[in-house]
Design a protein around this ligand. Sequence first.
Ligand code: SF4
Length: 325
Amino acid sequence: MNDIMLEVRDLTKHFPVSGSKRQVVHAVDGVSFQVPRGKTLGLVGESGCGKSSCARTIIRIYDPTSGQIILDGQDITHLTQRQLIPLRRNIQMIFQDPYASLNARMTVRDIIEEPLRAHKVCATAREADELIYEMLDRVGLSKEHANRYAHEFSGGQRQRVGIARALILHPKVVICDEPISALDVSIQAQVVNLLKQFQEEQGLTYLFIAHDLSMVRYVSDEVGVMYLGKLVELCEANEIYDHPLHPYTQGLLAAIPIPDPQLARAKTASSIEGDIPSPISPPSGCRFHTRCPRATPLCSQVEPVMADVGGGHRVACHLFSQCTP
Ligand code: SF4
């Protein structure tokens, strides 16, 4: 059995800019990571940093520009959409917006049954019903919800339906693309706990995408931080909170709201200023140099490479050894 369930090597995805023959959007640029079987990698960064493009390229909604995607030991990078069909039941996605991702004209039963039908899992409608009702029960809904429409549910309930649809095929890998961002804070923990419960019961492997570091700690074994298409730091989850090395990671952590006003004031001093630059023409050298409080002349000229600074903690920064907060 392969211990690494999902691996991407030097994954790159560029999108053409409409009306231009030469310009491209550098959505994902040379990203590499591994997710062990049954574990969770949290992928974090501001909007526009490339994390969702990375997820959609891994699941082959987008074709990669270059690099490799390896799912449970099988290289799926160049498989055709037809060849991917049987593999799709092994890798599923939970989407960010439970309002937009569920078809308003379908009942909950039909929504959850769709993947069962696509993969011809059940021989009879009765068999499908049994699986659907069991799954509704497992996500905290009931048989009575099956004939209702998505618009009749709250955001948290809709995300439970999205989880039921993604997990009914017992996939090996689930890509959770900001699954809690659109939900009330009070509901976020419930959805996270539900995902964790499924992981324990089924040994699922998660790639969990989020735009801030606050909730990721509770779901992730490792956390990767992306900035403008690049992975800039990757390490064990507690390590990234206790010893963040990259100035961008430090800025993201400083942006997490904290209830103590004195501590909050101290943290604001190191939060990130300015907007993320255009991914069509990313800055030279280190892409973060236009916003980095510690940038030196070298940073705009030479791109830092990802280096292991010990214990599997990897960071791409010329000054990483001096960047402790
Ligand atoms: Fe900042 Fe330079 Fe490190 Fe980039 S390489 S994060 S600009 S110090």
